[in-house]
Design a protein around this ligand. Structure first.
Ligand code: ADP
Ligand code: MG
Length: 322
C-alpha cells in the first residue's frame, strides 16, 4: 500500500445554506494512482476539486493533501500540486513559450530553469510546431495541451485535472488521455470526468459521485464487477443451506450470501435479464423443495443511481438536469 496523497474526511460543502454540492465525501487517493473522479454534470466534482486545492473552505469535514490539512492558506501544499481547470483560457495574444515562461515566473523559477522546463514540456505535450504561434488560433485540443504544460511547470507531485477531455473531438480526446496515462507513470493524478470510458481507459482507481455523494470507491475492476451484476433477494422456507449448495454450480450465479435464517442474496451475471434471473432462482428453489416467502431486488437507491450513471456510457456521457 502506497502512502495516501489525498484523504477526504466527511468533506462537505453547502452553498447558500441549501444546496449540498459535496455531501460527506470520504475518498482517498494513494501515491502513484491515476484516480478517476466520475460523476454526471452537477454532481459536485468541480466543487470537490476546489476544496482539494484550498480555493474554498469546506462547510464541514476536511481534506488532507500529503498528510496535511488543506486550507486557503496552504500555499506550500499547493506548490506541490498542478491544476488544470475545465476549459482553461489563456491570454490570446501570448504564445505558448511566453505564457509558460510567465507561469514559471509566478512559481519564482530562475530563467535557466524556466527555459529548460518549458522546452521539455512544449515537446512532451506536442506543441513544438506551434510554440511561437499566438494562442488565439488554437483548437480546444491544443489549449488543453498547453493547460497541461502549464500545470506541470512547477514539476508537481500531484496533478489535478478537472474534465480535461471536455469539448475535445475523438482524436483530441484520445491524445489527451494518452498524455495523462504517460504522466501517470511519474505522478499521482486526480482526474475528473463525466465520461466512464475516459476513466476506464486510463485510471487505476475510481471514485463515483452522484448528487454530491460518494457512491463507489475502489478499483475499476470492482466497479465493473458491480455493473456486471444484479442482486435478487429470496426469502425461503426449508433447507436454505441445501439451496445454497445447489446455487454453487449454476453458471448464471456470480455469488450469493445468506441473510439471516431464511434469506439469500443472489448476484446474477448481467447477461441474464432480471426477469430470467428471478425465474431461474425461484425454479431452483422449488426443485429443491423450498417454499418461497418473498422475492425482491436488493439494490438500494444509491446502487440504482450508480447503475444509472454507468448505463449512460452509450450516450457518451452522463446528462442530468441541474
Ligand atoms: N459557487 C457556487 N454557488 C452556488 N452553487 C454552486 C456554486 N458552485 C457550484 N454550485 C452548485 O453545486 C452543484 C455542483 O456543481 P459542480 O461542483 O460544478 O459540479 P460538476 O463539476 O460535477 O459538474 C451544482 O448544483 C452547482 O450549481
Ligand atoms: Mg465541473
Amino acid at each position: 500500500m502506497g502512502q495516501r496523497v489525498i484523504e477526504m474526511e466527511n468533506l462537505t460543502k453547502i452553498f447558500g445554506e441549501k444546496l449540498i454540492a459535496v455531501n460527506n465525501l470520504n475518498f482517498a487517493v494513494e501515491e502513484g494512482a491515476i484516480f478517476g473522479f466520475l460523476g454526471p454534470n452537477g454532481a459536485g466534482k468541480t466543487t470537490a476539486i476546489r476544496l482539494l486545492l484550498g480555493l474554498i473552505r469546506p462547510t464541514a469535514g476536511e481534506v488532507k493533501v500529503f498528510g496535511e490539512k488543506m486550507t486557503p492558506g496552504s500555499s506550500s501544499l499547493r506548490r506541490r500540486m498542478g491544476y488544470l481547470p475545465t476549459n482553461p483560457r489563456f491570454p490570446p495574444k501570448m504564445t505558448p513559450i511566453k505564457y509558460l515562461d510567465f507561469v514559471g515566473i509566478l512559481f519564482r523559477l530562475g530563467r535557466e530553469e524556466r527555459v529548460k522546463r518549458l522546452s521539455t514540456l512544449i515537446r512532451s505535450v506536442g506543441l513544438l510546431g506551434d510554440s511561437s504561434r499566438e494562442i488565439a488560433g488554437f483548437s480546444t485540443g491544443m489549449v488543453t495541451r498547453l493547460g497541461l504544460a502549464a500545470a506541470l511547470m512547477n514539476d508537481p507531485e500531484l496533478l489535478i485535472l478537472d474534465e480535461p477531455t471536455s469539448g475535445l473531438d475523438p482524436n483530441g480526446r484520445m491524445s489527451t488521455l494518452e498524455l495523462i496515462a504517460e504522466l501517470g507513470k511519474e505522478k499521482t493524478i486526480f482526474v475528473s470526468s463525466h465520461i466512464l470510458s475516459d476513466i476506464d481507459r486510463i485510471c487505476t482507481d475510481v471514485g463515483v459521485l452522484s448528487e454530491g455523494k460518494g457512491i463507489f470507491s475502489g478499483s475499476i475492476k470492482d466497479m465493473k464487477k458491480r455493473t456486471r451484476s444484479h442482486v435478487v433477494r429470496l426469502e425461503l422456507e426449508g433447507d436454505v443451506r441445501k439451496f445454497c449448495e445447489a446455487l454453487k454450480p449454476a453458471k448464471w450465479v456470480v455469488g450469493f450470501e445468506t441473510r439471516g435464517d431464511y434469506g439469500v442474496d443472489i448476484t446474477f451475471a448481467s447477461e441474464l435479464p432480471m426477469a430470467d434471473a428471478v425465474r431461474e432462482a425461484t425454479d431452483l428453489a422449488s426443485r429443491q423443495g423450498l417454499d418461497l416467502i418473498s422475492v425482491s431486488s436488493s439494490t438500494s437507491s444509491i446502487e440504482d443511481a450508480f447503475m444509472e450513471l454507468l448505463r449512460d456510457e452509450e450516450s457518451r456521457g452522463f446528462l442530468r438536469a441541474t
